[in-house]
Design a protein around this ligand. Sequence first.
Ligand SMILES: [Zn+2]
Length: 319
Amino acid sequence: MSDDGGAAAPALGPGPAVLAVDVGGTDTKSALVDADGVVRAVVRRPTPRDGDRTGQRVVEEAAAVAAELAERHPDVAPAALGLVVPGVVDDAAGVGVWSENLGWRDMPFAAAATARLGLPVAVGHDVAAAGWAELRCGAAAGFRDALVVTLGTGIAAAVLLDGRPYRGGGMAGEIGHARVADGPGCVCGGRGCLEAVASAAAIARRYTARTGTHVPGAREVLAAVEAGDAPAAAVWDEALDGLALGLSHAVALVAPQVIVLGGGLSHAGDALLVPLGERLDALLTYHRRPLLAPAQLGGDAGVLGAALRARELLTEDHG
Ligand SMILES: [Zn+2]
């Protein structure tokens, strides 16, 4: 999905033209989707950071991008805005309840963005929106029960049951903060959380702690595994063990037909999928064995999910 190209993004099909905004911890990606469902333009900008005004600045930036796209594409008039943000989100109220990273508390995104842009606004959670997009037009298309797991700096899952997102009041899918090991301590205050063992950030951090060698990310640890480095292999094995254990519990609970793996760590491909599948096989007995699949929409999943949510707001098909 390149600026003004849209070639790589799947068309969402006919429906209202909408504006979609995916606010990330570093960058914010905005997309203009036309009435054919084609992504006509994508704009990527650094996410504004302004202390406790960050939420308001996000809304102002969305309005600025909307004005810019209206000028560049006068033939596409968006009828709604889909805005997805990280942290804890109350979709129904349109409120960003809390973001540790971006610093807002109880930010009324829907009300503020509606006032600023004069459009109806659907607010959603970034991981949930990405999962919804993978179910509607990505790796989980054709399935009704799915987990879409983001393995990045953190770990979280979108839970999709019977073809619909299950949000649990905005708290469903927090598998990154369920205990899978005896340690180490986690940013949430817990111990041995999946995220503290198996996130991309944790893998890099744990390798550095074990060897004294600084690595910028999990990618370098994986390269060391392939080169036969024993400490790297130990860290990677522990990450896979934790991930398999956490997912096995999720499988026992909701019996997904497919588990889609996205986020930075999923770029490891078969180096992740094959040993993870073997571990899951060893842990599961009579349970429904899920297919493990790499995410298809990559970094576009969030913004496509935002576009889907905006359309659903207009068609009353609430996700
Ligand atoms: Zn935790």
